[in-house]
Design a protein around this ligand. Structure first.
Ligand SMILES: [Zn+2]
Length: 485
């Protein structure tokens, strides 16, 4: 089946057809983090969604080039640099490092390119020069360079491609902002911001004097530099639809005269405990806050991946408990399959050179199998909840067959290969054996020592202590294993 996606540009479900004539290569850009703080769980929803898109395209046999920018210069960053009396690089470097560590914790594949805005000032200036040369951008009395939406529309271009806009109501708040007075129209936005004393050391020379780039132009310059003037997919959070993404389209198409991204996908909002996240409500979580509560990156990834990306998602701590239970069901089944297959920790090698749904038919023999059903679900605009339903139905069926001893070692191997294949998309991986904290691991060792010494009273006491701390011991043929209760 072909992948269909809801393209915000057309506001309709469309068959995904890459620009590449062979249909293989896909260029994908996702707006990255603004590195002025730790990313919160709402941000992570977007990045896990982007990871799903990339993984699924690869599963379908595409060669994806995944680009994610790092916004390392903008208003909030400059404010914090000033407040903390650090250098720009020192300040943003800390949060950039944290971001990539968090990305790994959530088992997101690293994008192939992660350009920083400050590393692309020359490209940004060149793009603004093009817009000025085409008469779509102008330098105002305050020294800043603005994009003229009026001129852009005058060329027959549409501003408001992702959503319908009422121009009288556009950016009303900006009318009163003193630094925006110089604009010819309230709807115009800054491409280059002239240096002001509050910028401190954060400025670059340009044909329009010292200053720094606006946020929107960064993404146009960096996406087109890596992926070309026209590329396949542009992703981001729903909150970026306007003005950021509208401005990206206007700047890019205004400069090149060519279509910018072919498909636009937005990850919907995330609520926490039913409300918009806010520090004052106590429902504002960074990934680190959730890890400190004892949840794992794997559980958080699972929960973020349970809802369709276009639905507002209510993220709750109870939901994370549910994620733990769901993963335990999967792990238990996969563990039993491995034991039955007689190959702990391994899955059979995939036939060479095979990718995509064909693999399912080769390895699994029948078209009505896990991989095909899973893929059919995701082909429908990445319907992940339907895909999970397929997974849990498969687990139910396997558990039933294992309970009645009607599953052979070969069946188990086949099932493991299927799981391996779909997990290349889900990215759940295996439960980390090292997830138990040092204190818990030490107790397990002490319990083992007591058992070896045949001191069963002590070993039982340790088992109870572990239980009280939320851990169960499972004695397997490969020795004792710890399991979260
Ligand atoms: Zn962007």
């Amino acid at each position: 089946m072909a992948l269909k996606l809801f393209n915000i540009l057309s506001r309709s479900i469309q068959k995904f057809a890459p620009l590449d004539a062979t249909g293989k290569k896909v260029g994908m850009y996702c707006c990255g983090p603004t590195v002025y703080d730790f990313a919160h769980i709402g941000n992570w929803r977007t990045f896990v969604f982007a990871d799903l898109v990339r993984r699924y395209l690869e599963f379908k046999g595409h060669a994806v080039t995944h680009v994610m920018n790092i916004t390392d210069v903008e208003d909030k960053i400059i404010k914090r640099v000033r407040e903390t009396r650090t250098s720009l690089r020192e300040f943003t470097g800390k949060y950039e490092t944290a971001f990539f560590a968090d990305l790994k914790t959530l088992n997101c594949l690293g994008p192939h390119h992660t350009p920083r805005a400050t590393g692309h000032i020359a490209e940004i200036i060149a793009l603004i020069e093009k817009l000025v040369a085409r008469g779509i951008a102008y330098q105002a009395a305050d020294g800043s360079v603005y994009f003229s939406i009026g001129k852009y529309r005058g060329c027959g271009c549409t501003y408001g491609r992702l959503l319908k806009l009422n121009f009288d109501e556009l950016r009303p708040d900006e009318r009163t902002r003193s630094d925006e007075y110089a604009k010819e129209s309230a709807t115009d936005f800054a491409l280059w911001k002239a240096r002001v004393p509050e910028d401190g050391d954060v400025f670059w020379p340009s044909p329009w004097g010292e200053g720094r780039p606006g946020w929107h132009i960064e993404c146009s310059a960096m996406s087109m530099k890596v992926l070309g003037e026209s590329f396949d997919l542009h992703l981001g959070g729903e909150d970026l639809k306007f003005p950021h993404h509208e401005d990206e389209i206007a700047q890019s198409e205004g400069a090149t005269g060519k279509p910018f991204a072919k498909y636009w996908l937005h990850g919907a909002f995330l609520l926490v405990e039913g409300k918009k996240m806010s520090k004052s409500l106590g429902n504002f979580f960074t990934l680190r806050d959730l890890l400190a509560k004892g949840f794992t990156g794997r559980e958080i990834r699972y929960l973020l991946l349970t809802a369709h990306y276009r639905e507002t998602f209510n993220f709750t701590l109870e939901g994370l408990q549910g994620a733990r239970a769901a993963l335990a069901r999967i792990d238990e089944c996969i563990g039993k399959l491995r034991e039955l297959a007689g190959a702990p920790g391994t899955a059979p090698a995939r036939p060479k050179g095979q990718t995509g749904p064909e693999l399912a038919e080769t390895v699994l023999g029948a078209p009505t199998d896990l991989v095909t059903h899973f893929s059919n679900a995701l082909d429908e605009d990445l319907n992940i909840s339907a895909a999970w339903a397929v997974v849990f139905e498969w687990i139910r069926e396997l558990n039933r067959r294992m309970a009645e001893n009607s599953l052979s070692a070969a069946d188990a191997l086949t099932a493991l290969a299927a799981w391996d294949k779909i997990d290349s998309v889900l990215g759940m991986g295996a439960p980390a054996e090292v997830e138990a904290p040092a204190e818990i691991a030490a107790l397990l060792e002490a319990r083992q020592a007591a058992r070896n010494a045949r001191d069963f009273k002590k070993s039982d006491a340790i088992r109870d202590e572990l239980k009280a701390k939320g851990w169960a011991i499972e004695d397997t043929s490969n020795g004792p294993k710890l399991k979260r209760i």
